[in-house]
Design a protein around this ligand. Structure first.
Ligand SMILES: Cc1cc2nc3c(=O)[nH]c(=O)nc-3n(C[C@H](O)[C@H](O)[C@H](O)COP(=O)(O)O)c2cc1C
Length: 188
């Protein structure tokens, strides 16, 4: 199998859910954000917006609110997490990036997902732990959503679609989980 640094990085990235308290370095954060901005976007609209949140109190509030909303979500796994007192939607990561997309733009939610994946891979390449977090997005669909939008300075007309928890890893990650087989079909 062909190997290079990028392929190795893709395969070694894992979701990290336990972080050191130490804040990540500013230069590393800038490199991670830039990687997000270099994602492809439909018709090159780049209709995304990145919010870096390093205010633990606000992250705690978003986490708690997402749990309150998640309690009545029609999914056992989500309800179990929402009812777990020890569960923190961002795993107490020191930095969270919220990726919002312009509501009126064509396919902006998918653009945001592409930017999110770039962010995860950039973090991994710098030895920084990351986890894609969509649970916390419940907070923006609840009654408090508009208040959080204002507190975070999300531009008007944009919706938070994805978020990433970032921080130095408390423990080194294991190899990737086995991949599903028989999911490729060739037509020649
Ligand atoms: C769209 C999306 C949403 C996700 N949301 C969450 C989340 O809210 N909380 C969480 O802990 N992990 C979340 N994850 C991470 C997945 O659980 C994880 O990627 C998956 O279990 C595979 O593990 P790996 O990332 O280590 O390969 C999300 C991943 C994706 C792609």
């Amino acid at each position: 199998m062909i190997e290079n640094e990028i392929l190795k990085n893709i395969k070694s990235r894992r979701s990290v859910r336990s972080f050191k308290d130490e804040q990540i370095n500013e230069d590393e954060l800038q490199a991670i954000l830039e990687a997000g901005m270099y994602a492809p976007s439909a018709m090159n609209q780049q209709c995304w917006n990145f919010t870096v949140v390093q205010n633990q109190k606000l992250l705690d509030e978003i986490s708690q609110n997402s749990k309150d909303v998640g309690k009545s979500f029609d999914n056992d796994h989500i309800q179990k997490l929402a009812n777990n007192e020890r569960f923190h939607a961002f795993y107490k990561a020191p930095t969270v990036i919220i990726i919002s997309g312009e509501e009126k733009a064509f396919l902006s939610e998918i653009d945001c997902a592409a930017a999110t994946q770039n962010i995860l891979l950039a973090a991994e390449s710098l030895g920084i732990g990351s986890c894609w977090i969509n649970f916390a997005m419940f907070a923006f669909s609840g009654e408090q959503g508009e208040t959080f939008n204002k507190q975070l300075g999300i531009p008007i007309g944009y919706t938070p679609y994805c978020s990433v928890a970032l921080g130095y890893k408390k423990v080194e990650t294991l190899n990737a989980l086995p991949r599903k087989e028989h999911i490729v079909n060739y037509v020649k």
